[in-house]
Design a protein around this ligand. Sequence first.
Ligand SMILES: Cc1cc2nc3c(=O)[nH]c(=O)nc-3n(C[C@H](O)[C@H](O)[C@H](O)COP(=O)(O)OP(=O)(O)OC[C@H]3O[C@@H](n4cnc5c(N)ncnc54)[C@H](O)[C@@H]3O)c2cc1C
Length: 397
Amino acid sequence: MKDLTCIIIGGGYAGLAALKAIKKKFRGMEKKGRRIRFVLIDKQPGHLRKLRLFRPTTAEEEIMIPWKQLLLEGFEFVQGTVTSVNSRGKRIRYTNAIGNEARICYDLLVVAVGSTVRRLNAEQGGIALIEPQAAEDIREHWRTNLRKAVDERDPEERKRLMTITVAGAGISGIETSAELALAMRKEAATLRLNSADISVYLLNAQERLPPEGAEKVGRKLDQKLSQCGVTVLHNRKAMREETGIVMLNNGDYLAAGLCIWTIGLMPNPVLQGMGLPLTTEGQVLVDECYRVQGMPDVYSIGDCARIIDPRTDKADQMTCLEAGMQGIRLGKIVMADLEDRPAPIHKSVKSNMDYFNIGLGQNGFFWIRKWGLDMTMTGKVPGKIKNLVEDYASMLR
Ligand SMILES: Cc1cc2nc3c(=O)[nH]c(=O)nc-3n(C[C@H](O)[C@H](O)[C@H](O)COP(=O)(O)OP(=O)(O)OC[C@H]3O[C@@H](n4cnc5c(N)ncnc54)[C@H](O)[C@@H]3O)c2cc1C
């Protein structure tokens, strides 16, 4: 029997979960003598812990983990940026780490190239929290501003240097603003500045936080953020930042030493040229078993795919949990397809409950809604659980 090559494009949370699940399911086939080669292709030299992208905004932390340090073995890693998929020829084209064009053939292909942080436009100013380098730039920026504030005689300018605006109040905006407020207050005290002068504004385009939770959950989250030193401005959007002034949608402005953009995710733009069928928003079109439409043996999961629960007609969101669950299910689907039996279909993890766990410095804010009841837990325990879940999702040793 012919050996199989299974290629996974993208070693984010979805790609890693898929690789692990498919490998596990194939163990039985390998025992019967069928050889399967697993290849992970990623443009980066390691797994990027996206959930922790905000952490280097306040402290040095390595969030790119070399593939060999993960709890996953038995695969080849190819560093390359995949540019297209040729489903007729069953091969993909990529640009390797030294910039050369290369091709590789597959029998099974999983496309999990994820998403990128949305940007308004080139003139928006500020820094968008897109990648680890942006997080380091943010850290450098506010620390320089605080050092300047020490010698600043003009109280208004000093206040501006001690102010940050975070535009976008999704999970990443909330976590980033809390982390920054706590770290800036600490640094201000070290520099003998008045830490009460530190202002971190979180701009929320919606009426309250979080839109999916109950009103009282939102109030509690506001209160916890305020304890960290974050002021949430609801119904406010940043339009652009120019020379230290952040213009808001209602005509007001905020004088801020730095504006950070965390305005949500969009499907990876590389998909536009890859030759896969896409929705108008740019996500890969798949069926309820993650099979890419019109492309045999090609599957797509994670942030880059439009995955709909056929029971509720609702699309999965771009979250790590949903990406991971899709990866786990894909192992069963691929096996069923190979054995020509009915495959399990997608079921949203949020179909009968809703929840989130948000990090607020060392603490956390956990919310779950089940049977119409809202339950929350705050403090160190949800913070620790979040860290453990993140380590698990990144398959750390
Ligand atoms: C700052 C921030 C905070 C977040 N916080 C949370 C949170 O608290 N909870 C939560 O559930 N979700 C959170 N998310 C969303 C979560 O990170 C995503 O839903 C999750 O990363 C999706 O996983 P993925 O594997 O589909 O994509 P990604 O994690 O984006 O991984 C895609 C992988 O594909 C690789 N790749 C991309 N293009 C190519 C190419 N052309 N060729 C080869 N490789 C390629 C990338 O290098 C990457 O390794 C956050 C996102 C951000 C940005």
